[in-house]
Design a protein around this ligand. Structure first.
Ligand code: NIG
Ligand code: FE
Length: 407
């Protein structure tokens, strides 16, 4: 009866990220072959029903167990670093000023073009290893440091390879319109046409790429340009995501709603109208508090979005420029202290709402029968410690699709 089953028992509290939210003294039965959750129940009942042995069970020893974390907005595959720019920002220069001087994203583009596939793969693997230790079981990764077809493909290939080799699932987003490339410096229209005519048809044929994202903001792509790119992407089967209203208000959230985008991300300068429109169109706001912290900007109005019924997700935005951090503890702390989110809202923001931002909520993001057994066992009796413990990693064990991926 126990063939191919793995049972996690003695769970002090199980946080499901669905209804019921918390189950005390729980156990989870997993089908090891499929990696799916078969049954969730009270510890005592599961122990009576199944024959637990050392080989088919994991003792959670009274700890708190949650769904694996999902980081739904990152740029984790890149070459080089921009530590100098970070120091310039500390001396008072803004992200936009550095970009206007010819720095910023295009610097990382130069470095990424010069970095070999294997070097990008090794760096990407190390970053994923670090994420895994912090309880991340699914991550989104954006291209956008190539800005030409060869290097965009190189970045996507690195992510595809990591998705196969690494326990973390990597969801790929094509972001060819992250900035105008140096070759098209004085010809933005030409670059937009290049994205639409040369890059999108090739990228959209790949089954491993799910989304297309555009940096729609002051000094980058206009709402008209963004609309052209994303409408074409949509017609080719890529789902739209948008970086919007980060540097300045440009009506980006409204555009995300108009395009029925899966998510709108950043949103530091979003309007009230934009919040209403996102709520009406089920757009998931992906809020990036480490970016606001690192840029020393005002935080996005996450509280207002939650009060308007939006399913807010939060993410690290790990990248070499605006948020050089893959720290989940920092993300959770800032969400509590700077975004005024409560514990339940924060957990949803890194589990079920993050799954919604990746259009994967039917498979991951909560612990319930039929979903993947992606879960974490904390070194703590209660999930309150996730925000009570400031800056420290309290994840003890990570289970990905029913197998121990980190301990
Ligand atoms: O999400 N805002 C645009 N893109 C990234 C920054 C990329 C970079 O500076 O390299 C972000 O913050
Ligand atoms: Fe980003």
């Amino acid at each position: 009866m126990n063939n191919n089953l793995m049972i996690v028992y003695n769970i002090g509290e199980l946080i499901t990220s669905t209804d019921p939210w918390l189950i005390k003294d729980a156990a989870i039965v997993i089908n090891e072959k499929t990696g799916l959750i078969k049954e969730i129940g009270k510890n005592k009942i599961i122990k009576e029903k199944y024959n637990l042995t050392n080989n088919n069970s994991i003792d959670a020893k009274g700890a708190s167990v949650l769904p694996g974390f999902i980081d739904s907005h990152t740029h984790f595959v890149f070459g080089g670093y921009r530590a100098d720019e970070y120091l310039w920002r500390l001396e008072g220069q803004s992200y936009s000023e550095i970009m206007e001087k010819g720095g910023g994203i295009v610097n990382t583009v130069d470095a990424t073009r010069q970095t070999s596939f294997d070097e990008l793969l090794n760096a990407g693997k190390k970053r994923l290893d670090n994420y895994l230790q912090q309880g991340v079981t699914t991550i989104e990764g954006k291209s956008g440091y190539g800005l030409n077809i060869e290097t965009e493909i190189k970045q996507l290939d690195v992510m595809r390879s990591l998705n196969c080799k690494h326990p973390i699932d990597v969801v790929q987003t094509f972001m060819g319109a992250h900035s105008v490339s140096r070759e098209f410096n004085d010809n933005k229209e030409g670059f937009v046409n290049y994205v639409i005519e040369e890059m999108l048809p090739i990228v959209a044929k790949r089954e491993d790429v799910s989304f297309c994202d555009v940096f729609c903001d002051k000094g980058v792509f206009t709402t008209e340009e963004t609309k052209m790119i994303l409408q074409e992407a949509k017609s080719l089967g890529l789902k739209p995501k948008l970086h919007v209203d980060e540097i300045a208000y440009v009506g980006g959230a409204e555009l995300a709603a108009e395009l029925n985008a899966v998510s709108a991300e950043h949103l530091l300068k979003v309007s009230d109208e934009g919040i209403t429109r996102m709520a009406e169109n089920n757009v998931i706001p992906v809020i990036l508090p480490i970016t606001a912290f690192s840029l020393q900007e005002k935080y996005a109005p996450a509280r207002k979005m939650l009060d308007n019924g939006l399913n807010v997700a939060v993410s690290t935005d790990f990248n070499p420029g605006s948020s050089h951090s893959y720290s989940i503890p920092l993300l959770l702390s800032l969400s509590a202290i700077k975004l005024n989110m409560n514990l339940k809202e924060i957990v949803k923001a890194v589990t079920i709402n993050a799954a919604k931002a990746l259009d994967r909520d039917k498979l991951i993001g909560s612990l319930e029968p039929g979903k993947y057994a992606d879960l974490i066992i904390l070194d703590a009796p209660s999930y309150e410690h996730l925000i009570y413990n400031i800056g420290g990693n309290i994840v003890d064990t990570v289970i990905k699709k029913g197998s121990i991926a980190h301990k």
